[in-house]
Design a protein around this ligand. Structure first.
Ligand SMILES: Nc1ncnc2c1ncn2[C@@H]1O[C@H](COP(=O)(O)OP(=O)(O)OP(=O)(O)O)[C@@H](O)[C@H]1O
Length: 460
């Protein structure tokens, strides 16, 4: 049976308690009563389902005000209504200052008491709902955290921390799904601009004309649909960060305009002759090798230098094996928090498959594999059969073409090729670092890779 709420009545006069009990129960409340603050407090501590406390102010022993303070400490969302003698408004004011939600003066009308209780119970419900939403948002915020304990990720996180302190333009590089956008967002969140907007746009997803008006804005009448002036993203991200995703895919015509905007720190909206200044930090990202794009004449060198002030390179997931399970666990926990399935866990066998697989789609692929596994799992344990086929079929030997410990006899050049690819993989695809490890210069490394004409991923 649903009631109007559960009330704890506290009064040192048992007959008052009995009277309130009878009247309020009759009005549809569930009543518990105690004749002292000392006896009431354990009820507050143990009774989690209380909606409101109704207490007399003056009692022998601890006062209603003392009770108020103790409750505020133990359960600040539990409202307390104090009953004061007529004419002692000052004490009522003191009670409110001491944390009481409301006060009622004696002699009271029972209908007024019931209304005050209703209001307090509704307030309690709202506070609880707010707390629940807050913790959900906090859990989602948690989703902004870059998970990573391997050296490769620690270096990335350290670089983000340092870059966040400056206002320099940053280029985030890495294969698809390695967390470039998340890194950009983390950089923004850690920067002095954190309170400003974080605006992201995918430069590869829009046709050139649309991209231009999105980035720079347009004046009223600039084209058929332009019914009013509209600021572009460079301007609307002022005070914050503009994330230009897939900048390597931006058409050449736009590259010139973006370069000019970054240099001048102002934009001219489409169809306008007015310059609008902006104060926006630029973070760009690409999955392409921009240096190679510059060499091939597809990306402007001057723009490359502008955006390449600090480079944050995200290693592919296969180069941070130690993070795979931590990430998987994070995704499992996140789904568990979202759905209330607190018992979800990875089986040992499933964990082994996750470790053996080489994740060409990187963290995004891992995330979607976990989502799928949770959706398919029969119980709380995620089993290998819940994973996508390609992950399920992976075995350590297939994913780690080692150069040692194999009975296969191969020509020296093949051995060299395998070893070079392995080093490249181990350093997260960073060719400069790979060349250093191998003790050759970068051009030698590129020449060899060109000769084999096999992208290193083929091997993985
Ligand atoms: N280190 C990490 N910790 C936690 N979650 C991560 C991490 N890296 C990536 N993710 C998650 O993986 C997914 C893909 O990340 P994100 O979109 O940032 O990748 P991306 O490199 O920008 O991808 P694309 O190149 O395809 O745009 C997101 O859901 C992101 O939250």
């Amino acid at each position: 049976m649903s009631t109007r709420g559960r009330v704890l009545v506290v009064d040192d006069d048992p007959s008052s308690c009995e009277m309130l009990d009878e009247a309020l129960s009759h009005a549809g409340f569930e009543v518990i009563w105690r004749t002292s603050a000392e006896e009431a407090l354990p009820i507050v501590r143990e009774h989690h389902a209380l909606d409101v406390v109704l207490t007399d102010l003056r009692m022998s022993g601890a006062s209603g005000l003392d009770l108020c303070r103790a409750i505020a400490e133990h359960d600040p969302a539990l409202p307390v209504i104090v009953i004061t003698a007529f004419g002692s408004i000052r004490t009522a004011v003191d009670a409110i200052r001491g944390g009481a939600y409301d006060f009622i003066t004696k002699p009271f009308d029972l209908a007024v008491v019931a209304l005050a209780l209703d209001r307090a119970a509704a307030h309690r419900a709202m506070r609880l709902e707010l707390d629940r939403l807050r913790s959900r948002v906090a859990a989602e915020d948690h989703g902004h955290l870059l998970v990573g304990r391997t050296d490769a990720m620690r270096r990335v996180i350290d670089l983000i921390d340092r870059a966040a302190k400056s206002d320099a333009t940053v280029l985030v590089t890495g294969e698809s799904g390695t967390g470039k956008e998340l890194a950009a967002r983390t950089l923004h969140d850690k920067s002095p601009r954190a309170r400003g907007p974080f605006v992201a746009i995918n430069c590869a997803a829009l046709p050139e004309a649309l991209l231009e008006s999105e980035l720079f804005g347009h004046a009223k009448g600039a084209f058929t649909d332009a019914r009013g002036d509209r600021p572009g993203l460079f301007v609307s991200a002022s005070g914050g960060t503009l994330f230009l995703d897939e900048i390597g895919d931006m058409p050449q015509g736009m590259q010139v305009k973006v370069l000019r905007a970054i240099q001048e720190r102002s934009v001219r909206p489409v169809g306008s002759d007015r310059e609008i200044p902006f104060d926006t930090r630029i973070v760009a990202a690409t999955h392409r090798d921009l240096e190679a794009e510059v060499a091939a004449g597809r990306f402007r060198q001057d723009l490359f230098f502008r955006i390449h002030v600090i480079e944050i390179g995200l290693p592919p997931l296969r180069a941070r094996g130690g993070d795979v399970l931590a990430l998987a666990q994070t995704f499992v926990d996140r789904i568990a928090a979202r759905t209330g399935r607190t018992g979800l866990r990875l089986s040992h066998e499933a964990a082994e498959r996750l470790l053996a697989y080489d994740w060409p789609g990187n963290v995004r692929e891992l995330e979607s594999s976990i989502e799928r596994a949770v959706a398919l799992a029969r119980g709380d344990e995620l089993r290998p059969e819940d994973l996508p086929g390609r992950v399920r079929r992976s075995t350590a030997s297939a994913s780690d073409p080692d150069t040692s410990g194999t009975s296969e006899l191969v020509p020296l050049e093949e051995m060299e090729r395998r070893y070079i690819l392995r080093v490249i993989r181990a350093v997260g695809g960073n060719k400069k670092l790979a060349a250093q490890v191998l003790g050759v210069d970068r051009s030698t490394l590129y020449r060899k890779l060109d000769r084999w004409k096999a992208p290193e991923r083929d091997e993985a």
